[in-house]
Design a protein around this ligand. Structure first.
Ligand code: AP5
Length: 224
């Protein structure tokens, strides 16, 4: 249905890219591809890739373009991406965006639609420091904004919730700095190409999801 479509969720750390990409993936039946999640899995499994990326991730710095573009290309070549996919956290440098542009062209896909989730920077620290994740089902909570029914326990499967290794204050500051320096310039990159749409992310997650879903449905109808 989303034949050839690449959706990119874009925004600073804590904007809600993972939360919204998960919801859209369930609603539209296309894969949610998070380079952060793939890298965290490699770190957990202590693969050579994970060992190479671990220190940079935990201190909040970006992993090299070469490593990240390699894992993204490998993932996008899988059959479940044929009818479309949602990228979360990739691209985040001009080099990665150029790489993706070439890759999409080689795969015969159309231009990507970049959904920028705009959130005031003052709320990001609280969103990130309050994040908790279920290690079993991946549900994302927030102790301030989206708490589980029982403290630190997943509503769905009862697992003890975990804190991400890069959600300490120092790493969050570094991630926000990396975003400003390396990733924010992509806003202009995609604006110039007329591939960027903006969504106000400083509202309840369900309201943000409803706007995104409407926007994507409109886009699908216009390219059907
Ligand atoms: P990655 O995993 O991509 O992390 P990130 O970009 O820092 O983004 P986050 O996952 O922290 O935030 P999010 O926007 O997904 O927000 P979420 O929905 O979770 O990358 C991690 C690291 O991997 C990087 O630092 C880097 O080292 C490496 N890496 C990954 N990709 C790379 C690349 N392409 N190049 C180089 N290195 C790369 O929500 C956050 C919190 O807010 C949650 O608690 C949630 O419940 C809450 N929340 C969400 N929406 C709302 C809302 N509307 N209202 C209130 N609370 C909300």
């Amino acid at each position: 249905m989303l034949k050839a479509h690449a959706l990119i969720f874009f925004g600073p750390p804590g904007a809600g890219k993972g939360t919204q990409a998960h919801a859209l993936s369930v609603a539209f039946g296309i894969p949610h591809i998070s380079t952060g999640e793939m890298l965290r899995e490699a770190v957990r499994l202590e693969t050579p890739l994970g060992l190479a990326a671990k220190d940079r991730m935990e201190s909040g710095e970006l992993v090299s373009d070469e490593i990240v573009s390699g894992i993204a290309a490998e993932r996008l070549a899988r059959p479940d991406c044929e009818d479309g996919f949602i990228l979360d956290g990739f691209p985040r440098t001009i080099g990665q965006a150029d790489f993706l542009e070439r890759l999409l062209r080689e795969q015969g896909r159309g231009d990507p639609l970049v959904i920028y989730i705009r959130v005031a920077s003052c709320v990001l620290m609280k969103r990130l420091s309050g994040r908790r994740t279920c290690p079993i089902c991946g549900t994302i909570y927030n102790i301030y904004f989206e708490p589980p029914r029982v403290d630190e326990v997943c509503d769905i499967d009862g697992a003890a919730l975990t804190v991400r290794a890069d959600d300490g204050e120092a790493a969050i500051r570094q991630r926000l700095d990396s975003y400003e320096m390396m990733t924010r310039p992509l806003l202009d990159y995609y604006k110039v190409r007329q591939q960027l749409v903006e969504v106000e992310g400083d509202r309840a997650p369900a309201e943000v999801a409803s706007d995104i879903s409407e926007l994507v449905s409109r886009e699908m109808a216009s390219t059907a």
